[in-house]
Design a protein around this ligand. Structure first.
Ligand code: NAL
Length: 331
């Protein structure tokens, strides 16, 4: 795989392809970042962007993970002290998940976001941006239905962070795209450069296949899950015998979340996938890539129940090191 394909594999969106192609010509020593509002425990959404960071490390990028404590505070996620404590625990869980500790720089937002220069730049962007523009940028990230002033400031600071952390590439879930578009508009007003972004997909709700998988409502998978939890959640997941389900009775688009997890979590981290089956049901199956597994589900060769059993095994392997770290953190 060439560097451009590695940088963009499994991405939902690349902004812009030409800018990322230019980076891919010589990725060594380039800096890519992702930011997270600290929460106590990594969930499958964090793990998905982390898989992209692991791809980027392999391509030669240095990785910067912003533990966005001030942003979480502005987005009503708790007291500043609570958020600070969770940031430390999250860092350890990322390393347990497989990010190379020597090649990953962890930064707290509050390390530089309270400096005079940064604060004055934030105010300069507040002057450049209408409230409605800021609200629009925040719509997919905002907690609560009634936007607060803090939540309008949030995307402006996220835009500034791209400059202050001296980054070449921004990575985030597709829910960050409106903030990144705002950043492209406002950074040049302060004579700062625009940087490209790679957006990872948002997976479908595990039980219905409709809408987003979310940690705030519905079932998600996290690093706290025991093997039994994982097995139960995966067994209850929506998995029709096709990669491309029909819309539901109300006409809502549906995805197959079991296959999505194979595609975005399992195949990027394992050379091949073995589905164990008793001899009488045809014996074990081995897949080298996602498409061949999805084709077998489509054709009926691989039954959803067998696919689910294998998915729980591989998820358990991915989650286990973080689960042990969390147990240590709590003891
Ligand atoms: C991501 C977040 C907050 C600040 C950032 C600054 C620079 C780059 C990425 C950042 C968190 C993100 C979330 N908005 O929704 O978790």
């Amino acid at each position: 795989m060439d560097d451009y394909d590695l940088i963009t594999r499994n991405a939902a969106e690349v902004v812009t392809e030409d800018e990322v192609r230019a980076l891919a010509e010589d990725p060594d020593g380039k800096r890519a970042y992702v930011g997270y509002e600290p929460s106590g425990v990594l969930h499958i959404g964090h793990m998905l962007t982390a898989n992209k960071l692991i791809d980027l490390q392999e391509a030669g990028f240095e990785i910067v993970i912003l533990l966005a404590d001030v942003h979480a505070y502005l987005n009503d996620k708790g007291t500043f002290e609570e958020i600070r404590e969770t940031a430390d625990r999250m860092r350890e869980q990322f390393v347990a998940y497989g990010l190379d500790e020597d090649d990953t720089e962890f930064v707290l937002g509050s390390d530089y976001q309270l400096d005079e220069e940064y604060v004055l730049d934030t105010h300069a962007l507040e002057l450049e941006t209408t409230l409605s523009r800021a609200e629009r940028a925040m719509s997919e990230i905002q907690r609560g239905s009634n936007p607060k002033v803090s939540q309008a400031v949030y995307p402006l600071m996220q835009a500034l962070d791209i400059e202050y952390l001296d980054l070449d590439l921004a990575v985030g879930g597709l829910d960050q795209r409106k903030v990144h578009m705002l950043a492209r508009e406002v950074l040049p007003t302060l004579d700062y450069e625009v940087r490209p972004a790679v957006h990872t997909p948002i997976l479908a709700d595990l039980t219905s296949g409709v809408g987003k998988m979310s940690s705030s409502d519905g079932v998600t998978i996290s690093m706290e899950d025991t093997e039994a939890d994982l097995r139960e959640k995966v067994n209850k997941a929506f998995c029709p015998p096709t990669a491309d389900p029909e819309p539901d009775a109300e006409g809502n688009e549906r995805e197959n979340p079991v296959l999505q997890i194979f595609k975005y979590h399992v195949f990027p981290r394992f050379e091949s996938v073995v589905v164990e089956r008793p001899e009488e049901y045809g014996g074990d199956l081995e897949y080298d890539d996602y498409d061949s597994l999805a084709d077998d589900v489509d054709s009926g060769e691989l039954h959803p129940a067998d696919a689910k059993g294998a998915l729980a095994d591989y998820l358990d392997e991915l989650v286990a090191p973080g689960r042990e770290k969390i147990a240590e953190q709590r003891s």
